[in-house]
Write a protein that binds this ligand. Structure first.
Ligand code: GLU
Length: 418
């Protein structure tokens, strides 16, 4: 199933499951049940391009484990998408939902495409074509997709519309992360970053860091990274001293204004040449002497190659899978407090769950209520993981696995699967 490459995300996900199965002393059939996706779909679908040609696109949807409820997880549009990446991400969604104690399983989808090279019309046709291809496998009580890398509320709206016409009725609950006007939840837009910052607040208390005086470097300036920068500034008064995107990095030891970086990025599509910023390399950003390093780009950022040079006191993983297991051990030995991805970035799916609840009940909450409920769940999950980490002297990721996987296994057991 995997390629024999130790950086392959699914191999990493499987190694993490094996380590957790050892900690939890799981029997062989339970271990095997956790190591593989329950179902996966590979689809190829045609899209009419603006120049009159028709192109075939390839997509995947993996439903990793639905013991605790319908599978849940985003759809990525990325030129480098692979089935193993989607499998890994679907596994991580399973643990993420369980860790936050949501009544959901884990899934993930992906289409191999480069949205930066598609017109809006082509993007709409790719979105609709993918949903047409997977429509019979998803549904509000089966599998509920959401935005992820390079997909957004507009893409969700096209997908909901396509699915609704296929089933012959409005089915807003089939996707989350929708625009508000068609059943989106207040607070979903910045939920991933906000949830991560709630865990950062708890982590800072634990290690005695004053966030009001803290310096932060943000790697990745998409949805999660840009909201994390502006919220860290507005909620805590922290100083953003470096940011980067796929084109490069800039630093400003006196501190950037997150709003100014956001405006610059919107105007020029990059953070490079942002006023007051000095050009550095993305590797230099990761190794800066800051209090908090926010990882908000893609998987595989911190590896055994560079983890030893990380100087941050806290690493906040808003991306999925940014740290390899080897890097985890190095950071743990150095005493870096890592808030692992499927804890740190669980705010997105938690508010997605709130969106599902609101869609099903046809009653909508206000933003304050969403923030309070999100804070409560993120804070509880953080402390459950921190306690497990201390009790068993294991790193925060292993602790998060132990809490989450135990819940999935319990559901599998009571259902008679293992
Ligand atoms: N794509 C987000 C994640 O990786 C959100 C998933 C969802 O809301 O279902 O957690």
């Amino acid at each position: 199933m995997s390629t024999g490459n130790q950086d392959n995300p699914f191999e990493i996900a499987q190694r993490q499951i094996n380590a957790c199965a050892d900690i939890l002393k799981l029997d062989e059939s339970t271990r095997q049940g956790l190591l593989h996706p329950m179902r996966e779909f590979h689809v190829t679908f045609p899209v009419h391009m603006d120049d009159g040609t028709t192109r075939l696109f390839k997509g995947y949807r993996v439903q990793y484990n639905d013991a605790k409820g319908p599978t849940k997880g985003g759809i990525r549009f990325h030129p480098d998408e692979t089935i193993d990446t989607v499998r890994a991400l679907a596994a991580w969604m399973t643990w993420k939902c369980a860790l936050l104690d949501l009544p959901l399983g884990g899934g993930k989808g992906g289409v191999i495409c480069n949205p930066k090279e598609l017109s809006q019309q082509e993007l709409e046709r790719v979105s609709r074509g993918y949903i047409k291809a997977i429509a019979s496998f998803i549904g509000p009580d089966k599998d509920v997709p959401a935005p992820d890398v390079y997909t957004n509320p507009q893409v969700m709206a096209w997908m909901v519309d396509e699915y609704s016409s296929i089933v012959g009725k409005n089915q807003f609950g089939v996707m989350t992360g929708k625009p508000l006007v068609i059943g989106g939840s207040p607070g979903r837009g910045d939920a991933t970053a906000r949830g991560g910052l709630y865990t950062l607040r708890e982590a800072a208390k634990k290690i005695g860091l004053d966030l009001g005086k803290a310096t932060i470097a943000v790697q990745g300036f998409g949805n999660a990274g840009s909201f994390a920068a502006s919220l860290a500034e507005s909620l805590f008064g922290s100083k953003i001293v470096a940011v980067c995107d796929s084109r490069g990095a800039v630093c400003c030891l006196g501190g950037f204004s997150a709003m100014a970086v956001n405006q610059h990025k919107q105007a020029t599509s990059t953070v490079l040449e942002c006023a007051g910023g000095e050009c550095i390399t993305s590797d230099e950003l990761l190794e800066m002497d800051v209090d908090v390093l926010v990882l908000a780009a893609l998987e595989g950022t911190l590896t055994q190659r560079n983890a030893g040079r990380v100087k941050a006191k806290i690493v906040m993983e808003l991306a999925n899978g940014p740290t390899t297991p080897e890097a985890d051990e190095i950071l743990y030995e150095k005493g870096v407090h890592v808030i692992p991805d499927f804890l740190c970035n669980a705010g997105g799916v938690t508010v997605s769950y709130f969106e599902m609840v609101q869609n099903a009940s046809m009653y909508y909450w206000d933003e304050k209520e969403v923030h309070e409920k999100l804070d409560k769940r993120m804070t509880r999950a953080y402390h459950e993981v921190a306690e497990m980490s201390e009790k068993h002297a294991i790193n925060m990721r292993k602790a998060a696995y132990a809490v989450a996987v135990a819940r999935v296994v319990e559901a599998m057991k009571v259902r008679g699967w293992v």
